[in-house]
Design a protein around this ligand. Structure first.
Ligand SMILES: [Zn+2]
Ligand SMILES: [Zn+2]
Length: 425
């Protein structure tokens, strides 16, 4: 094939992709790949294929394309190509829960100059998601700040939305649901301002499914259900497997909250099946935790303990320390309820040493964060506090004329003069 025809075919596939006809786009790009021997065009096509695979939840395919990109980049000793190829490799690994590999490849990407300055913004976001995976929260927030800085500098709306999704997931996990909603409302506004009309639908559907989580936790079940229905309808139309799985999981959680276990169980099962198919291990762990909790609420203690055991194994395999800690805490409660105080004490022994490492105890009031829903806040150093405790620090320093407008972080002793870095602006 001549280069002109190849370029034309690549662009036609991009149009199909933007119209969210992913399957057809993939077919066309694969055709290009077989027909062309031009390295540049091959590399470009592999990049499109990696992105499309990510959207379709075919994370293992994504890794295969990224590795082929790295081969081309190394053959040509091209730093631009390396920056992009390592980003794709990092992303694919992050999606399947290989967080250490993801961080390592992300670092490789940052060491190479990128052609598009926004590439490194996406690298920071991938790094942040990987740090979230193994519960290094301050590194997670630090990289979210970096991603947001690049997004704002270069007016990258998609990067901003995706960064806010991660911020919302962070605060949802630590039970500051109102803050999560605040960020997701911003995502909704930003989604409709995307210039490629067909991408608007994609980001609105992602926003909806993300919103259903804090909504249901805040007890807004009807709104949560509506958001999930909207997202699932759109995800079914576009064969968006990752969002389908998220919706089914969220439906299951809503039914569980409403104590309708007969509706919850098959939805957990369906979500889990899709996540096994895509390789989303973090999602599988969350579904197992949800199912275990549903079993407990339905008074099936034996089954609940069995599922928590499986979830714990998965959390340990992922090295997701926060969920390991969380599961031990829940198990402590179950054993106490059952009157098995020895077993409860054993669980306490497992999670207590993790509290300091996870930095989930507020350094101001010494109380735990993430146990009950309450507002949280960060200082400039990205350390987390209760919002009221961060305010207390601010007020205290304002009263101290020796340190005007400086807030000394009690955890790292760094001067933080600003708060709430990731607040939407
Ligand atoms: Zn506090
Ligand atoms: Zn600090």
């Amino acid at each position: 094939m001549g280069q002109r025809i190849v370029k034309q075919e690549i662009n036609e596939a991009v149009k199909l992709y933007n119209a969210q006809d992913h399957e057809e786009a993939v077919k066309k790009w694969n055709h290009v790949l077989r027909k062309t021997s031009n390295c540049q065009l091959k590399f470009q096509t592999l990049g499109h294929l990696a992105n499309a695979s990510s959207d379709l939840g075919k994370y293992r395919d994504m890794l295969v394309y990224a590795i082929q990109q790295i081969d081309i980049a190394n053959e040509r000793e091209n730093t631009y190509m390396r920056a992009e190829a390592y980003l794709n490799l990092a992303r694919g690994n992050e999606r399947i829960g290989e967080y250490h590999k993801a961080v390592s490849y992300a670092r490789h990407s940052l060491q190479n100059q990128a052609k598009d300055p926004r590439t490194h913004g996406h690298v920071y976001l991938t790094m942040s998601n990987a740090y979230f995976g193994f519960s290094n929260f301050s590194k997670c927030l630090e990289n979210l700040d970096n991603a947001l800085r690049v997004a704002n500098e270069h007016g990258d709306i998609v990067l901003r939305i995706e960064t806010y999704f991660s911020v919302a997931r962070f605060f949802t996990t630590l039970k500051d649901y109102n803050k999560a909603v605040q960020f997701l409302d911003k995502c909704k506004e930003l989604s409709v301002s995307i210039e490629v009309p067909d991408l608007v639908q994609k980001y609105l559907r992602l926003t909806s499914v993300h919103l259903s989580i804090p909504y249901r936790e805040l007890g807004h079940y009807n709104e949560a259900m509506e958001k999930c229905e909207d997202a699932l309808k759109s995800a079914m139309e576009k064969n968006d497997r990752p969002v389908q799985a998220k919706c089914l999981h969220s439906f299951a959680e809503i039914h569980k909250k409403l104590h309708d276990f007969e509706k919850a169980y098959p939805r957990y099962e369906a979500a889990l099946n899709i996540m096994v198919e895509t390789g989303d291990r973090y999602g599988q762990m969350e579904v197992l935790i949800g199912r275990a909790d549903a079993m407990m609420l339905g008074n099936n203690v034996k089954k609940s303990l069995e599922l928590y055991g499986k979830a714990l194994e998965m959390a340990q395999a992922l090295r997701c320390k926060y969920q390991v800690y969380h599961i031990h805490r829940v198990l402590e409660g179950i054993y106490e309820q059952q009157g098995d105080f020895d077993a409860a004490y054993q669980e306490k022994l497992c999670y207590t040493p993790m509290i300091d490492e996870l930095e989930v105890r507020c350094e101001v009031c010494e109380k735990m964060m993430g146990i009950v829903p309450e507002p949280l806040d960060t200082l400039l150093c990205n350390h987390l506090f209760h919002a009221k405790c961060a305010n207390f620090l601010r007020k205290r320093e304002e009263l101290d004329p020796r340190r005007p407008s400086q807030i000394l972080c009690p955890r790292c002793r760094i001067n933080s003069c600003k708060t709430d870095q990731a607040t939407p602006s």
